[in-house]
Design a protein around this ligand. Sequence first.
Ligand code: ADP
Length: 457
Amino acid sequence: MFNKILIANRGEIAVRIIRACREMGIRTVAVYSEADRDALHVHWADEAVCIGPPPSSESYLNIPHILMAALITEAEAIHPGYGYLSECSSFAEACESQGIRFIGPPHSAIAQMGDKALARKIAQQAGVPVLPGTPDAIRSEEEALRAASQIGFPLLIKAAAGGGGRGIRRVNTEEELLPALRIAQSEAQAAFGSPDVYLEKYIPEPRHIEVQVLADSHGNVLHLFERECSLQTPRHQKMVEEAPAPHVDEVTRRALGEAAIKVARAVGYQNAGTVEFLMDSNGNFYFIEMNTRLQVEHPVTEQVTGIDIVQWQIRIAAGERLPFKQSDIRLSGHAIEVRLTAEIPEHDFTPSTGRLSEWTPPGGPGIRVDSHLYTGYSIPPYYDPLLAKIIAYAPSREEAVARLTRALHEVRIEGVQTTRDFLLRLVQTPEFLQGRVSTPFVPRFLRGYAPIGGVVQ
Ligand code: ADP
């Protein structure tokens, strides 16, 4: 096992990884930007190294500085968390070439899945259903027109290198196709450094259902069941996630797990990963992409399986063998996570920053809070608006919703605007209470959302 791990991240996830390391007796090195001197991960880690100025491009994405920090502190491994360098195959490769273990999959798996058009092809070849679409990046306008007439409208143009809900454009009619294609290609070039885009059939009211996988370096690939993440902002940012997905029968659950394992095996996957699917209103599911890293929403799976995913990421990277079989992994109870963010929903989720004059997190039975906040902390304007993940766990979904609602009422946060009231209203809608939501639900709910003078019941 490693003696020391460097965490190439910030915020709640850096804190989460430090917690896992502490429990395993591993020393930690935090890296931080000049804007994060007072961040909790810096206080909590055994050592901390400043890696640059506030903009992420000069600090948390600064590969030479991060590698240097690892070499100076003699860290044997780097955990990239999520976002930042977690899906950067050249970073994973650079770590290994410096003799530092990258806590994640092999760089080849990151590269293959990082090209979403190629990932679709790999999934299809592995016998996993994908939506009708183009097998490769679009090479000509004629090809786009031909493919689109086969797929039908509406369809989506997706950037092959896209991610985080960016690089997706809906096209409703044939007339819109070519202008939209040109814009999508130039936007993809600007945002992701590659103009490659592909077409995919649009599903009208899909559910987003994803499967957590764990794979060791000895050929064992297991799944940890599914999560539902259909509550998303209009820009496809997940807001609420739960495990298991409501109203998914055992046959479908097993098929989802088996499909995820096939995809993971097809790229020689190791470590923790997530295979994402869309489910149509008939219950058919289709692969959309694989995230080759830890997900924000991993805690709900930890709660219902009792498996510490972050600790297993570390053990797998150190060469340990998964000690359980698929049949040993059991689902127990229900977990729901909400992402409390410093954003203003009624103003198109504009970020809000400020100094927290008060932060009192919720607690009590069945509540887990993953957060980097403390009273007096100033939220820097440079980074992700995530403040805290509040996770409710209970024997049944109904009880988990009740706990979550109770916990959201307990939150006391002053000094910054948050999504708390919005989340409270969302989790009390009849649709959510029944577990019957699809991805257009939040955008629709937002159109009728009137917080000023509105009463939270
Ligand atoms: P990203 O890589 O940016 O996360 P995904 O391909 O995973 O993009 O899709 C993100 C979200 O976009 C999905 O959760 C879903 O809400 C929506 N979406 C993606 N593909 C489709 C589709 N074919 N039809 C309808 N909605 C889709």
